[in-house]
Ligand binder design. Sequence first.
Ligand SMILES: Nc1ncnc2c1ncn2[C@@H]1O[C@H](COP(=O)(O)OP(=O)(O)O)[C@@H](O)[C@H]1O
Ligand SMILES: [Mg+2]
Length: 322
Amino acid sequence: MKKALIIHNRISENALQDELDVLDQVGVVEKAFTDLGYETFRDDFDLNMQRVKDSIQKIDPHFIFNLVETVDGKGNLSFMAPALFENMNIPFSGSGSFAMYVTSNKVLTKESFINSGIPTGEWFSANELNKLNPAKRYIVKPLGEDGSVGISEEGVFEGNDPKIKDFLKNNNPNEFFIEEYIHGREFNISVIGGKNGGCVLPPAEIRFIDFPEGKPHVLGYKSKWDEDSFEYKNTVRTFDFPESDKELLEKVKQISLNCWNKFNLKGYVRVDIRLDEKNNPYVLEINANPCISPDAGFYAACKQAGLKFTDVISEIIHDAQR
Ligand SMILES: Nc1ncnc2c1ncn2[C@@H]1O[C@H](COP(=O)(O)OP(=O)(O)O)[C@@H](O)[C@H]1O
Ligand SMILES: [Mg+2]
């Protein structure tokens, strides 16, 4: 019987929902591997890589499913997991260590967008407040966190608002950067690896319902994790679009496919895009190995495409071996 090892990040004591969510993902992935006829094993990944390596060698899996979202609580160390699997020469799900390294640092990603001709909003470092344009709005974002950790409407400022300085005084400016606020609609585009390269799944829009005038449209921590909050209840994913959006949807799909190709992505990804007032798209970030729990965007897009989750896992396994 073939053996599949599912590796996830070590769960810390007193973990909150954004961290515990990985265990839901382990559950659905484990079930899919069982349906595919694999014997399954679980382990977690931490800074003690020798321990992880020994444990992998003992199990000697045919395939590793990589659900390591953070290492030592840090998203920008997640590349260490695929780096180890690459060195051990064991096929694993999702993107390789280099793509993980680049995409888990939002500024490195944006530099690559510019080099690759992929549209992205203007940005500068949190130490360059002299670049603020008083007539524009900005959002202060963490460089290397995911799942909206550290992102909220409190990070949105007008360029002439002195409070931005207080915000950065209370947070380490080296861990944040400042991005132009993109005012329009928000899309999540999921892409899965197929025989002929990346295959774009049905685009989703996140609609901000009944947000009071002036309240920034930000999918922050509350909208993703706090089920009782206004932000959670009033941000809704939809796959329904009027005919008049056809051209726009083709455009955001093509941009997402360009991301897949230029960043050498593999397995499954989700690209987050916003539009400006004139409907020009800008890529916010690439989520390589995005959340695949049943309530997340990637899973919803697979369902919308009529794909069974077991077939999705099967495609991801094949893509790792292409
Ligand atoms: N430049 C921006 N303009 C407007 N909204 C933004 C911008 N950057 C981020 N946001 C909002 O914050 C959310 C989270 O930002 P994102 O860069 O996707 O980080 P995360 O890794 O936390 O998902 C986005 O889904 C969007 O709603
Ligand atoms: Mg995002």
